[in-house]
Design a protein around this ligand. Structure first.
Ligand SMILES: Cc1cc2nc3c(=O)[nH]c(=O)nc-3n(C[C@H](O)[C@H](O)[C@H](O)COP(=O)(O)O)c2cc1C
Length: 218
């Protein structure tokens, strides 16, 4: 029997676990410090894969698109992720170098979202970032052709076997289309869920120099 989606949806809850408190008035003056603090707390709380995030882009047509990518780092230059410049997202970012990122860490009822312009790192930096990662990451990047139509699974198996062999025998192999991107946020918003739905939302806006903050109604 097929599962009943609506029955399942009615049976599920959010924010019904012990959640941490958050006092926005005690938050640091800039978002990177708070992001790093919340990230460390997510890891400590056992949140699975807190380094995965939703990346939203828009194409030339202005229509939104979304997918999950890995966070490669965050510093004053921005939040870094990597992908193929030739992929759908790569083409969208080339047309409109602006994006949004979303993190959701249900273990603590926390959400963080960022939006801002996106820049492309140099090919040298992109390749160095790739080569510092796992053999699997290199093999995946070497397969290439991301977002193109795949005629058959057998074709992927062949390309993947060849890419793994190459990644293992030549760990410095370049993956020319693999590109490191940085989103330098204009806005960063922190959301702390609350069992009584008195959620806290703290929005940082870049003021150059520094940041302004404001609370938002949940
Ligand atoms: C947990 C997770 C992590 C992922 N990380 C990446 C990543 O770092 N880079 C990437 O290009 N794709 C990553 N993907 C695959 C993307 O979600 C997406 O399928 C792929 O990049 C093609 O997207 P596009 O067609 O919009 O360009 C990841 C998928 C998942 C589920």
């Amino acid at each position: 029997m097929e599962p009943d989606l609506h029955e399942l949806l009615r049976s599920l809850r959010v924010w019904d676990t012990e959640l941490p408190g958050f006092a926005p008035e005690e938050a640091p003056a800039e978002p990177l410090t708070l992001f790093t603090r919340w990230f460390a707390e997510a890891v400590a709380a056992g949140q699975p894969e807190p380094h995965t995030m939703t990346l939203a882009t828009a194409g030339e047509d202005g229509l939104p698109d979304v997918r999950t990518v890995m966070l490669h780092g965050a510093d004053e230059e921005g939040w870094a992720f990597a992908s193929h410049v030739t992929s759908r997202k790569g083409r969208q970012l080339a047309a409109r170098p602006y994006a949004a990122l979303g993190f959701y860490w249900p273990a603590q009822g926390r959400q963080i979202r960022l939006r801002g312009p996106v820049t492309v790192a140099s090919p040298e930096e992109s390749q160095a970032d790739l080569h510092a990662r796992s053999t699997g990451a290199l093999a995946a990047a070497l397969v290439g052709r991301q977002s193109e139509v795949l005629p058959s699974r057998a074709e992927l198996d062949r390309a993947s076997d060849a890419a793994w062999e190459r990644a293992e025998s030549s760990p410095d192999s370049p993956a020319p289309t693999w590109t490191l991107y940085r989103l330098r946020p204009d806005e960063v918003e922190f959301f702390q869920g609350d069992a009584r739905r008195r959620h806290a939302r703290l929005a940082y806006r870049r003021a150059d120099p520094g940041w302004t903050t404001e609370l938002l109604w949940p």
